[in-house]
Ligand binder design. Structure first.
Ligand SMILES: NC(=O)c1ccc[n+]([C@@H]2O[C@H](COP(=O)([O-])OP(=O)(O)OC[C@H]3O[C@@H](n4cnc5c(N)ncnc54)[C@H](O)[C@@H]3O)[C@@H](O)[C@H]2O)c1
Length: 342
């Protein structure tokens, strides 16, 4: 059985369905502070704080947990600069509690959601795992601290781990079971699709004077199902004695913000008005992964590496989400009526 913290969030919900599809049993531990119970269609959901030692003792004491996939975190870059203590508390201190509970209960496999934000802004792209590190924001630093802790716990306590440095997760489950649901939505592709859906009038392009072919930022978008698959691969890899450490997860290809908007126009048939805007602090020009380590050492093979595929699944999900939001709003207005609203 696998324990997934943050499994009611965007990436965690995809990891959860992928693990279930692969035959694993799962427990999702999520306090629903940013997640949604509707995003947990499989496995058992425990609604609690992952830093609650009593809850952890109960879960580890009553189930044979083979590994923990730790996705729960606060993830907003700007917000992390405004309230660092909340970010260090949630992302670092509570992770120490989780790791201690694992050690005490003899669970020694850990998959951690790290981020491309750990790399130094001026590191040469594509980033390899050995590229210079130097996060610009508190959020990135919380992730890097945990990576250091994992390395020390590996060396001292024999913890087996993979710290996945995700690049830009995007897209949704092709079967439509789960997808991205943030309020408000911080990520580019769903925000652009919200214009097509009529929830926004236009999209702002933050920075059109970067040293890139069309002047907008370039990012490495990776289908969330390929991220989920990497977790399944990592469980086998670590079980077979694979080397613990950090692994980049991206495709190694850059797509600009303007190219994303163009593809969204093609898929939705909506004109999606876009307005050039000044640069946003903290945004680097180009972020692209070198994923040779995950390919060669772990044997990870992405299956959805195509922007059209990513955006088509995100768009299908966006329309389903409109219904879910409506139901959630109605259920809140009239508690107990939720079932009748369907
Ligand atoms: N989305 C991306 O592109 C991206 C990129 C790099 C790294 N990551 C990392 O991947 C992970 C998942 O990201 P996401 O986009 O799915 O975020 P998300 O906000 O959708 O999911 C996070 C989940 O964790 C839960 N959570 C937060 N604190 C908790 C606590 N103390 N106890 C229990 N549950 C708690 C939230 O309710 C939410 O469901 C995060 O760790 C994030 O840093 C994401």
């Amino acid at each position: 059985m696998i324990l997934i913290t943050g499994g009611a969030g965007y990436i965690g919900s995809h990891v959860n369905v992928a693990l279930n599809d692969a035959g694993y049993q799962t427990i999702v531990l999520d306090d629903l502070s940013l997640g949604h119970k509707e995003l947990v269609p499989m496995g058992e959901l425990v609604v609690a704080d992952f830093g609650d030692r009593d809850v952890l003792d109960e879960i580890f004491g009553n189930h044979r947990i083979e590994a923990v996939v730790h996705l729960a975190a606060f993830t907003d870059v700007d917000d992390s600069l405004k309230r660092p203590s909340d970010y260090y508390d949630n992302n670092v201190r509570k992770t120490l509690t989780l790791l201690q509970a694992m050690l005490d209960h003899g669970v020694n496999t850990f998959l951690f959601s790290s981020t491309s934000a750990v790399y130094a802004d001026d590191a040469e792209v594509p980033y390899t795992e050995d590229s210079p590190l130097g996060p610009l924001c508190v959020y990135g630093r919380t992730k890097l601290f945990v990576e250091h802790i994992l390395n020390d716990y590996h060396n001292t306590y024999g913890l087996k781990y993979a710290a996945f440095r995700y690049f830009n997760a995007a897209g949704a489950d092709p079967k439509g079971r789960v997808g991205e649901w943030h309020e408000p939505e911080p990520h580019l592709i769903p925000v652009v699709l919200e214009v097509a859906e009529g929830r926004r009038d236009h999209i702002k392009i933050f920075g059109t004077d970067y040293p890139t072919p069309d002047g907008s930022c370039v990012r490495d978008f990776i289908h969330v199902m390929d991220i989920a698959d990497a977790h399944i691969r990592a469980l086998d890899y670590l079980r077979e004695g694979g080397r613990s450490g950090p692994f980049n997860l991206g495709y190694g290809t850059g797509t600009s913000v303007i190219e994303v908007i163009e593809m969204c126009r093609k898929i939705t048939g909506h004109p999606i008005p876009a307005i050039p805007h000044g640069r946003r602090p903290g945004d680097g020009a180009v972020s692209i992964a070198d994923c040779s380590k995950a390919f060669n050492e772990m044997g990870w093979k992405p299956k959805h590496g195509d922007l059209e595929d990513i955006i088509a699944t995100a768009w299908a999900w966006q329309r389903k989400l409109a219904e879910l939001r409506q139901r959630a709003a109605l259920a809140q207005e009239a508690p107990g009526m939720g079932a009748e609203v369907a």
